[in-house]
Design a protein around this ligand. Structure first.
Ligand code: ADP
Ligand code: MG
Length: 274
């Protein structure tokens, strides 16, 4: 099996499509035959809920539990806590326990590496582990970035999209320097695109001007549709809820774009070695 890639989906702004992207990208990867684990790293438990687990606070073992065990140097003797979704993706859920966990992390040894330690053991079981980050740059998100090989940044098509990007990129740089030298920004994904307006063009240009030299902006953009908003409440991914709709098509294309970029890089790396 090829090496597992851990990808964090991050942006400290809420409502930009992180959770939606995590589920849609995850299911699209599974459709490409990949083994995929999704991690809900938001105490709101939105990913958990939108995968059909409507009472996250009733789930006994969550990411918070795993991180707490890891801090106490305890291990669980099975992986029953991993939930299996019908659409061929697995989930480590979250609920409010993750908030209290975040507070206890402050005094923990290797506090930045707690999530990484939890995921280490799972890497061998999956091709991709996607982490849905919470809307902050606190300790949980730092833990996600410390665990990740790559980060994908969803950005909503709007005026001043770049607001907040500098802070996020500074955090990524800091994590790279101090904690995780392997961390790469895979790219910026423009979401909530309404083709009737020029906003997506303006967003693309502004991001390109300000950050184009540092990060790639994906060619694929995700349209805004009411179907997408509805699918969130249905416990299904958009591929199940609106199979041949525009958003399904966009997330399939986006997934192909990520896989092709990866293949391209691998080819270049091999060519270099030769
Ligand atoms: N492409 C889209 N079109 C319409 N609504 C969307 C789209 N993507 C996400 N949404 C809705 O917008 C809200 C915020 O998206 P979400 O993925 O939860 O953002 P975040 O995780 O960044 O807070 C959700 O209610 C979701 O259903
Ligand atoms: Mg979210």
């Amino acid at each position: 099996m090829p090496q597992c890639e851990i990808i964090a989906i991050a942006n400290q702004k809420g409502g930009v499509g992180k959770t939606t992207t995590t589920l849609s990208f995850g299911v699209a990867l599974a459709k490409e035959g990949k083994k995929v684990l999704l991690i809900d790293a938001d105490p709101q438990g939105d990913l958990t809920t939108c995968m059909g687990y409507y009472e996250p606070d009733d789930i006994p073992v969550t990411l918070g539990t795993l991180m707490e065990y890891s801090m106490l140097d305890k291990t669980l003797d099975n992986k029953d806590y991993i939930l299996h979704h019908k659409e061929n993706v697995d989930l480590i859920p979250s609920n409010l326990d993750l908030s209290s966990m975040e507070m206890s992390l402050v005094n923990a040894m290797s506090r930045e590496y707690t999530m990484k330690n939890c995921l280490q053991e799972l890497r061998k079981d999956y091709d991709y582990i996607l982490i849905d980050c919470m809307p902050s740059l606190g300790m949980i998100t730092i833990n996600a970035l410390a665990s990740a090989d790559k980060v994908i940044i969803p950005v909503e098509a709007q005026f001043l999209p770049a607001k907040g990007m500098s802070q996020l990129l500074r955090t990524v740089n800091k994590v790279r320097k101090q904690i995780n030298p392997n961390l790469k920004v895979e790219g910026v994904l423009i979401t909530f695109v309404d083709k009737r307006t020029n906003l997506s063009k303006a967003t693309y240009q502004q991001l390109q001007e300000n950050y184009g030299s540092m990060v790639k902006i994906f060619d694929t953009q995700i349209p805004r549709t009411t179907k997408m908003a509805e699918s969130t409440a249905s416990g299904k991914s958009i591929f199940n809820y609106d199979k041949s709709g525009k958003v399904s098509e966009a997330y399939s294309l986006f997934t192909k774009e990520v896989l092709e970029n990866e293949q391209e890089r691998n080819k270049n790396a091999i060519a270099k070695v030769r």
